[in-house]
Design a protein around this ligand. Structure first.
Ligand SMILES: [Zn+2]
Length: 427
């Protein structure tokens, strides 16, 4: 190993820096199955090839490069009670692999770190383990899941949901982007029974995703890395407000049935309720008809992203917002229909795994913190795969924006932490 891990990380980071980057905002547009994201996918395959990691893909576009024990011999073909063998957990086959990785797609005008940091760190961790002379006794996989952000087809964690069977291909193939292109038009796909645990994830006994922190807990704790305890339940809800299109000049104010007004009050109510309950509610996307400056709109569709500390609290939050919006619609002479587009249950990560990862380090234990952001790790955890997440400090706490950031020394601390974790799990 000639290059140091620092060179290695910085070289890979530089490879990605300009791909899909907007010259005007500095943010990234890496929507799934479009040229920038496909360039990153090809880059990932090249990185696996350069490291001699044979690649497996599934019909949805998810990819795993495997570092297999020497000679491709798996543990249950060897002496399963080797001197350094240690179980990953109850009931796991000794041949079960440890998967790490993340995603390469971004939100619209997103940051550089959300997703790619986990993929680059996973490759760098493999290099670091090899430079340590480490030989895994279980396969170590470096994976990339497609469409984690849901920025094109609207369903977050689409790749991992398809890989685990959490969403069926029959449903997913009909998802359409804003231009009407269906998922089924861009990937081969396949029936649900070809996915699930029998597919790409069949040999995965544990998953560890490294991710930039999307908040400031690690800043407050003065720690470069932390371990996730769980993910808040969250959901996306479409609010369709309908009224009557009319002339902005000749229609008297009292004669209007203006759905924008009902929406505006709903956005204020959502913000207030979330503040009162210490939860999160965001309207970040609007679709207006006819969308003319001089027209009272006929329809406003608005998407609510809501997150809360428990499933009961989430249901309560969305219920209160819906009730207040409905009451307001009656006063405005408009109509409201609410559709839950996706709801993700609370995730509690494997506590034994988190403890194994977080404790007994030279520099002390790493903090264990919750997150309100969704991840593929949550989907794999819900599918019954013991799962953990590592977070790398983000000094601004800002994410899903070009301001998202992590300092290089913290990124390198993340690579070391991931390498230590993989070593603990795969020795
Ligand atoms: Zn992410």
């Amino acid at each position: 190993m000639g290059a140091t891990v620092t060179d290695d990380f910085e070289r890979m980071w530089a490879d990605l820096a300009e791909v899909g980057r907007s010259a005007s905002s500095g943010g990234y547009f890496r929507q799934p199955f479009l040229p920038a994201e496909r360039e990153l996918a090809a880059w990932f395959l090249d990185q696996c090839t350069a490291r001699g990691l044979p690649v497996e893909t599934d019909p949805f576009g998810n990819v795993v490069g495997w570092w297999r024990p020497t000679g491709g011999i798996v543990r249950d073909e060897m002496d399963a009670s080797g001197p350094d063998s240690r179980p990953l957990g109850d009931g796991l086959s000794p041949r079960a692999g440890v998967l790490t990785g993340s995603h390469l797609d971004s939100v619209l005008d997103g940051g550089a770190y959300d997703g790619p940091l986990g993929v680059v760190s996973a490759l760098a961790a493999v290099d670091e383990l090899r430079s340590r002379g480490f030989v895994p006794s279980r396969p170590i996989g470096v994976g990339v899941f497609v469409e984690e952000e849901g920025s094109r087809f609207g369903l977050a964690c689409l790749g991992s949901r398809l890989a685990t069977g959490a969403v069926s291909w029959e449903t997913a193939r009909e998802l359409a982007d804003r231009d009407g292109v269906r998922l089924g038009d861009v990937v081969e796909g396949g029936p649900a029974d070809q996915a699930g645990r029998g597919g790409l994830l069949a040999d995965v006994g544990a998953f560890v995703e490294l991710h930039v922190e999307q908040g400031r807990d690690l800043v407050d704790r003065n720690a470069a890395v932390g371990v996730a305890s769980g993910i808040w339940p969250h959901g996306r809800y479409r609010f369709d407000f309908t009224g009557e299109a009319n002339h902005a000049g000749s229609t008297r104010m009292e004669d209007r049935r203006d759905p924008m007004l009902t929406y505006a009050m709903t956005a204020l109510a959502a913000n207030k309720q979330a503040r009162l309950a210490e939860q999160r509610a965001t309207f970040g996307r609007l679709d207006v008809e006819p969308n003319g400056t001089n027209a009272v709109p006929s329809r406003v569709s608005a998407w609510l992203d809501a997150r809360a500390s428990s499933e009961e609290a989430l249901a309560e939050l969305v219920g209160v917002v819906t009730r207040q919006a409905t009451e307001r619609a009656e006063r405005d002479g408009t109509a409201l229909e609410v559709t839950a587009e996706s709801v993700s249950a609370a995730v509690t990560f494997d506590l034994g795994l988190a403890e194994l990862i977080a404790t007994d380090h030279a520099e002390g234990d790493w903090p264990v913190i919750p997150t309100a952001a969704g991840h593929d790790a949550g989907v794999l955890s819900a599918a019954g795969i013991p799962t953990a997440m590592l977070f790398v400090r983000n000094p601004t706490g800002v994410s899903h924006s070009p301001a998202e950031h992590a300092e290089v020394p913290d990124c390198l601390a993340g690579v070391h932490a991931l390498a230590d974790t993989l070593e603990r799990l795969a020795r």
